[in-house]
Ligand binder design. Sequence first.
Ligand SMILES: Nc1nc2c(c(=O)[nH]1)N[C@H]1C(S)=C(S)[C@@H](COP(=O)(O)OP(=O)(O)OC[C@H]3O[C@@H](n4cnc5c(=O)[nH]c(N)nc54)[C@H](O)[C@@H]3O)O[C@H]1N2
Ligand SMILES: Nc1nc2c(c(=O)[nH]1)N[C@H]1C(S)=C(S)[C@@H](COP(=O)(O)OP(=O)(O)OC[C@H]3O[C@@H](n4cnc5c(=O)[nH]c(N)nc54)[C@H](O)[C@@H]3O)O[C@H]1N2
Ligand code: SF4
Ligand SMILES: [Mo]
Length: 605
Amino acid sequence: MTATKTSYATCPLCEATCGLEIVTRDREIISIRGDAQDVFSHGYICPKAYSLKELHADRDRIREPMVRRGDKWLSVSWDDAFAEVEAGLSPLLQQHGRDALAIYAGNPNAHNLASLIYLPVLLHAAGTHNIFTASTVDQMPKQVAAGLMFGTILSIPVPDLERTEYLLLLGANPLVSNGSLMTAPDMRSRLRRLRQRGGKVVVIDPYRTRTAQEADEHHFIRPGYDAHFLFAIVHTLFAEGLVAPGKLTEHISGLEQVRTLAEPFTPERVASACDIDAGTIRAIARDLAAAPRAAVYGRIGTCTQAFGTLTSLLVDVLNILTGNLDREGGAMFPKAAAGARNTIGIPGRGRGVRFGRWKSRVRGLPEYFGELPASCLAEEIETPGQGQVKALLTLAGNPALSNPNSQRLQQSFSMLEYMVSVDMYLNETTRYANVILPPPPTLAHSHYDLALYQLAVRNVAHYSPPVIEHEPGTFDEWEVFLRLAGILAGQGPTVDFRLLDDLSVTQLIQREVATAGSRVEGRDPGDLFEALKPRSGPERILDFMLRTGPYGDGFGTRAGLSLADLEAHPHGVDLGPLQPRIPEILRTPSGNIELAPQPMVMDVE
Ligand SMILES: Nc1nc2c(c(=O)[nH]1)N[C@H]1C(S)=C(S)[C@@H](COP(=O)(O)OP(=O)(O)OC[C@H]3O[C@@H](n4cnc5c(=O)[nH]c(N)nc54)[C@H](O)[C@@H]3O)O[C@H]1N2
Ligand SMILES: Nc1nc2c(c(=O)[nH]1)N[C@H]1C(S)=C(S)[C@@H](COP(=O)(O)OP(=O)(O)OC[C@H]3O[C@@H](n4cnc5c(=O)[nH]c(N)nc54)[C@H](O)[C@@H]3O)O[C@H]1N2
Ligand code: SF4
Ligand SMILES: [Mo]
């Protein structure tokens, strides 16, 4: 019998990024437990982690490409599957144009290194305006608010949980969800410690959640009225002379405008709208102002509502007015080791964000950062005319279940002329596909949380190599993405994805050496390309990002991080507690934090 092997990996199932200790024999998983030496999670895991073993062994998990013929599904070779995709998609795109293809990318892409790196390549090759993701049924309002206020869409402050003494949570249930846009393993212990050191947790939620049950205070709110509630707190802070942005004063624009906008929102007027009485609103405002260190945090309940973006903005307006933004124990900005836009370019000022560059065909809704609201997808498929969606590519998403009005969406899927899904299950969505391309088993690909470390309550970096070897003849997800990119770019089903990969890296290097303020500004791209050898795929690009990142070795310009370092530290690298980052983090055109950006002012009316 082969000997067992012990590996360390990050759990990819939610945003908490817990470290796992996994024992395997060949391709079989023997056990999964928490990695006691993990620098961030210290052994904590939730019951979901163990399901990775079942997921791996699940007989329903798709292991080979599948092609649908009527109601029948046939397993086919990868070459045949890509040839099918080519034959199905290319004529449609030639006849009807690029926008005839819609792409839907689901939530697991945010937990997958290969997708995070190669999805942009695939989307670029597709050249369609009809791009949809789970973001618009989740956190897009947060990204818009962060983009407008701070200049980049993931500059979302997170509560400094280990040092805060007052936490106001709106529309979030982190004890169950394990936290979102706040990467923090073992939320229960963190909240418990907060209260043990005399701190207070206050929950605003229309439902008595488990988090609400364990909080010091829970106030029921009428759904959709968080902006009113937050404005009433802002109103109270101004009325009672409690506005104290402290060191942020010189970095903010729009303070007087916020005062004026908050004027009509007296606690008395707001109380009947949001169902929280005026006395409670005033008391929360005073507690928040009086706490030596406090943080306001809003999550999905504050996003999936009519005024989600305004609410998201107001959450951080409150953090700023009380002097809690960017200070220890307040709401702080992580500094991720790789891929964070707020660490790229010249610190303190930038181009800001743009949106609304194009609109959806049927309802005329604006794009945000390259995507349209997922709620538009069904009508784009149903409505005839120039630019109608005729084909769909889903990538790790189940919109037929997860999106609003899903029955209508399912009906629209049956109208498609062609559909391809990259997924390992036959489900509500993929059953409409003509071809399903399965990713390798989760533990057979490497992992690095490029997105989530940008939102972590402590600065950490953790790379895990594949735990299990690929089965011969299987494709990694990045290879699938590049093969699809080749087909969509008109290069056919047999494109050499390694050449496309080289091209992607070359473009990335060229962009970076031309970026003012980069650690490798002005360097010879060819030298850097050579220095990355012999790596390829996601590892090569991750290594490049780490080395040009804020802790990076700058390709020999100083001692610092590279992928080799992370490989030498299987339990992760601790980069320390969060540090103040204003003004360095800002990328707004003014170089200030914008408290009252125009689109939000319009929403107030
Ligand atoms: N009613 C209701 N609706 C909701 C929500 C809610 O709370 N209530 N929550 C919303 C939120 S926050 C979100 S993020 C969205 C999520 O919406 P989606 O992302 O559309 O839905 P998921 O169920 O996460 O879909 C995951 C799909 O990816 C596949 N998959 C898993 N891992 C991988 C992988 O590594 N590679 C590939 N290729 N496929 C993989 C799974 O088989 C599944 O088909 O749902 C939203 N919809
Ligand atoms: N087990 C498990 N864990 C998960 C997931 C999962 O599918 N399963 N999904 C993951 C994903 S993708 C995400 S995005 C996170 C989400 O993580 P969270 O946002 O922490 O969790 P939710 O349970 O979606 O919490 C939303 C809360 O908002 C409340 N709410 C609804 N409307 C309003 C409103 O108008 N105002 C206010 N103030 N509150 C409102 C709801 O009652 C609910 O308690 O969870 C992640 N964790
Ligand atoms: S909390 Fe999330 S990351 Fe941690 S073990 Fe559970 S599912 Fe995995
Ligand atoms: Mo989500």
